[in-house]
Design a protein around this ligand. Structure first.
Ligand code: AMP
Ligand code: MG
Length: 379
């Protein structure tokens, strides 16, 4: 169970055949197909066999045995007639078989799903619930998988307040930390809350160092813009091998990356504006965390949709990611319209959106035009 969502790091071959023995796929009568050639035909019933029990006797020519789903096929039988196609005589000793059946009807042969030594799964596959079912079915209780990365999240800002309670002058609530912790968990990682840190260089240093020592990656929010108090940048420059970037996108332009501590733990510095922080996570952090988790498929699906309204913009050298509501018409074609306010503080519109419409630098996209959309959820 612990491995669900992790990426397999080994090949699994089957130590067992599945099914282990030939068994019945239906309730009915086990018999020899040849004996049904002249159907309708009446045969003596020599016993019954249920799932989990061996057949009481072998089946001779011209005989039938009552059989239930999953029960082993009795020796001598080669086919099953559905119970609905039979009439048991009042004394129970005989049964009328109404139809002729070919050999093998409703019989699940041994090894029909897997043979001993068959290759079952390979490295790189994400372990799903169905994978666990297969592994349980061949008696494999442990597999080698990439560990779920531990990912620490901290938010920075003197203005931030965690939890409820009254807000003081100039204070705002910390939206990003819980959001990023949830995004980390949804990415299949173990989310570690590193707390809410004030705009204080030594406090930020201590928190990042603690995260770098105890986690496989650290995500910070806030403090990576141009301003003097953008201390995550300052700290990463000092204690990490920092790269600070201005990415030609809107929202989520500033981004900092550094590797910190003995294990060169990657630290991803996301911007503080909530929408920027989420878009930055989607575009930069999520693929990185998936790579850390051993996954080869890193990116959200990108699809083509029809613009349900005009997406206006002016040229500014950046690619714009517009939060959109996506709907499908009766033919399954996707249409997108703005999800609402497009400011980087408009988190409500972000929460309502199913995707990010990619509006390339230029004059925008007219209503009815084609637009590429990065889907954040299935629609
Ligand atoms: P910063 O990137 O630190 O300059 O922050 C940019 C904007 O995002 C400011 O308006 C901050 O108050 C706001 N902000 C920063 N961190 C958070 C957070 N964790 N939750 C909500 N808003 C934030
Ligand atoms: Mg700040």
């Amino acid at each position: 169970m612990a491995a669900v969502g992790c990426v397999l790091a080994e090949s699994v071959t089957s130590p067992e055949a599945v099914p282990a023995f030939a068994n019945s796929a239906m309730d009915g009568y086990a018999l020899r197909a040849a004996d049904t050639a002249g159907a309708p035909v009446e045969l003596p019933v020599v016993g019954e066999v249920a799932a989990g029990h061996p057949a009481p006797v072998a089946l001779g020519p011209g005989e039938a045995m009552r059989i239930f789903t999953g029960a082993p096929i009795p020796e001598g039988a080669d086919s099953i007639v559905l119970v609905e196609r039979t009439q048991r005589r009042a004394d129970g000793a005989r049964v009328l078989i109404e139809v002729a059946v070919p050999p093998g009807r409703h019989v699940r042969p041994a090894g029909d799903d897997l043979q001993v030594g068959d290759s079952v799964f390979g490295p790189g596959e994400v372990i799903t619930a169905a994978h666990l079912g297969v592994l349980a079915g061949i008696g494999v209780g442990e597999v080698l998988a990439h560990p779920r990365p531990r990912v620490g999240v901290l938010s920075t800002g003197d203005e931030l307040v965690g939890g409820g309670g009254a807000l003081g002058p100039g204070q705002i609530r910390d939206s990003n930390r819980v959001m990023l912790l949830a995004l980390v968990a949804q990415t299949g990682c173990m989310a570690v809350d590193l707390g809410l840190i004030p705009d204080d260089e030594s406090a930020i240093t201590a928190a990042i160092l603690e995260g770098a020592a105890s986690c496989d990656a650290v995500i910070t929010t806030g403090g990576v813009s141009m301003g003097d108090i953008d201390l995550v940048k300052v700290v990463l420059e000092r204690i990490g091998d920092m790269q600070w970037m201005q990415i030609a996108i809107r929202p989520a332009k500033p981004f900092a990356f550094g590797q910190v501590g003995d294990r060169s733990t990657p630290v991803l510095g996301l911007p503080g504006n909530p929408v920027s922080s989420l878009v930055s996570f989607e575009l930069l952090a999520r693929p990185a965390l998936r790579r850390l988790a051993g996954r080869g498929d890193l990116h959200r699906p990108r699809v083509t949709a029809t613009a349900g309204e005009t997406f206006t913009r002016t040229p500014d050298g950046k690619t714009h990611f517009v939060r959109v509501v996506a709907t499908r018409d009766e033919h399954g074609a996707l249409q997108v319209v703005s999800a609402g306010g497009q400011g980087s503080h408009h988190l409500t519109a972000m929460a309502r959106a199913q995707g990010l419409a990619v509006i390339p630098d230029g004059e925008g996209i007219p209503a009815g035009g084609e637009v590429r959309v990065l889907l954040l959820v299935e629609v």
